[in-house]
Design a binder for this molecule. Sequence first.
Ligand SMILES: [Fe+2]
Length: 109
Amino acid sequence: MLRYGPGGYNCLHQDVYGELTFPLQFLVMLSRPDEDFTGGESVFVEQRPRQQSRPIVLRPRQGEAVVFPVHHRPKRGSRGFHRVQMRHGVSAVHSGSRHVLGIIFHNAR
Ligand SMILES: [Fe+2]
């Protein structure tokens, strides 16, 4: 369970640790955007080789889940698939409190 209050945010990062990393993780939004909190968007950034990074901003509603890559994902390019690094974070919460269930499947102690 992750809770962010006013001013709370999470820098772009990758949840990579432990002996074995499962490539996908997910979150479930437990609070109601615009009612329980404002701000606090879920931010994902694709770091593309030899290009500028591409941001993706999601505002899942209460009860919605987002499945996303832990550290990279395949992307189709002009010469087939290549690996794109992914980071994720949370933009600053302006008001209220934002609760999220975050689940990873790593084999970590
Ligand atoms: Fe994370």
